[in-house]
Design a protein around this ligand. Structure first.
Ligand SMILES: [Zn+2]
Length: 136
């Protein structure tokens, strides 16, 4: 990310970020949700250990819901639970872009205009992202 101009809007940012290799349309909410699920719940065999039936399975995304389901016992896992994205109405794509911009020192006021959220939302996002990144 060396040399990335800070004053890009989020579509320009993603174009820069992937240098035209990846279409921004691939970053759907479902894609990002799946990425978070994989990051949090996949084991080395690309399966998920089900806390209910105590077995590993290939969980499937539940249509129109933000969860994945065990094919054996129907237990559902909500990958956003316990994260800063939980119960947020702001799209995950905006959260991802905000994380990048805040890591570069972008202010809440600037974040507001760059990703198109209210001042209150920008402040809330900045506080949440700063809090979790400082816990590592
Ligand atoms: Zn299960």
């Amino acid at each position: 990310m060396v040399g990335c101009p800070e004053n890009l809007d989020y579509k320009q940012f993603f174009k820069f970020y992937h240098e035209i290799e990846t279409d921004i349309n691939e970053f759907t909410e479902e894609t990002l949700l799946t990425f978070i699920f994989i990051s949090r719940y996949w084991d080395i065999n690309e399966q998920t250990h089900c806390p209910a039936c105590k077995q590993s399975h290939y969980f499937k995304k539940v249509k129109d819901r933000t969860c994945f389901q065990c094919p054996n016992c129907s237990h559902q896992i909500y990958p956003l639970a316990g994260t800063i994205f939980h119960q947020s109405t702001t799209p995950l794509l905006k959260w991802c872009i905000a994380s990048h911009l805040i890591s570069k020192g972008t202010s809440a006021r600037k974040l507001q205009s760059l990703i198109g959220v209210s001042n209150k939302t920008a402040l809330r996002m900045k506080n949440a992202i700063t809090k979790v990144t400082h816990t590592f």
